[in-house]
Design a protein around this ligand. Structure first.
Ligand code: 15L
Length: 271
């Protein structure tokens, strides 16, 4: 299959490209001008800004599918999120319409659900609870993708990525949210290769014992994670304790929730 990878020089792009390459897919990879990237055998590299429709046309020409990692990937000033997440996604899906692209694998995020309490176990149809503007852009992105399936027949696998750092878990939260490298590779390959997915959300984490998601629920791509952050639990317990943060400990989104949080005693009276 001919696959475009965006954000190819980022953490997720770098880690997932070999999986698609080794599976025999023909890769065209993009990132912003100035990024350094070494091409894999047969891979074509292209630099430019996906907010520019002319670059989107050049990138999508002849592609069957897109793995879209490019985005602002944490909480930032709203105008930046608006440009790199909302606007870029609009340009990409409009480009997909122009070029007859069959499927987009979309990097959604656990932060679209980050205001759920850590005591909850979510199923795939759980209500969105964004924890910041970045998380909110992922809610918008999932709904945009669902709309493009229904109105234009462009399929999307929405990967609700937990924590992928290409490292073992670094704290207690990551024992729940961790995604291991082998599972990431399986996830991306199945997202591209599964037949007929329509609009399909999938939790992008490993089979973590402490997962906040019901990983026993079947998903449309047949993703079956094999790694579990729990094997690192002892090592995590031995780390120096992180500074206490009652808000972060209460919500799945962790410190993304604490950022720009108004303490209860500073809120409008009666709130
Ligand atoms: C995300 O969505 C971010 O892109 C990533 O940098 C991590 O912070 C991750 O979530 C997380 O929740 O750990």
């Amino acid at each position: 299959m001919k696959v475009l990878i965006t954000g190819a020089a980022g953490r997720l792009g770098r880690a997932s490209r070999p999986a698609l390459h080794d599976a025999g897919h023909e890769l065209r990879s993009t990132d912003l001008p100035g990024t350094t990237l070494e091409a894999l055998d047969g891979e074509t590299l292209l630099t430019g800004n996906l907010c520019d429709p002319a670059f989107v046309d050049a990138a999508l020409q002849g592609m069957d599918a897109v793995v879209h990692w490019a985005a602002t990937s944490n909480e930032q000033a709203f105008p930046l999120v608006l440009e790199n997440n909302h606007r870029m996604l609009f340009e990409l899906y409009e480009g997909a319409r122009r070029h007859g692209v069959r499927r987009i694998v979309y990097a959604s995020s656990n932060h679209a659900f980050g205001l759920h309490a850590v005591t909850e176990k979510l199923r795939l149809d759980a209500p969105y609870r964004a924890d910041c503007f970045y998380g909110l852009s992922k809610v918008w992105g999932e709904e945009l993708a669902r709309m493009y399936w229904t109105k234009h027949g462009i399929e999307t696998v929405a990967l609700r990525i937990g924590t992928f750092m290409n490292l073992p878990p670094r704290n207690a939260r990551e024992l729940s949210s961790w995604l291991g490298l082998e599972d990431l590779r399986q996830l991306v390959r199945k997202s591209v290769e599964a037949s007929r997915v329509q609009f399909a959300p999938v939790w992008g984490i490993s089979a973590n014992t402490r997962a906040w998601y019901d990983m026993s629920e079947p998903n449309a791509i047949g993703y079956l994670p094999t790694q579990d952050a729990e094997v690192f639990a002892e090592a995590v317990a031995a780390l120096p304790p992180a500074p206490a943060d009652a808000v972060a400990e209460r919500f799945q989104g962790g410190r993304f929730v604490t950022q720009s949080w108004t303490p209860e005693d500073s809120r409008p009276r009666g709130a």
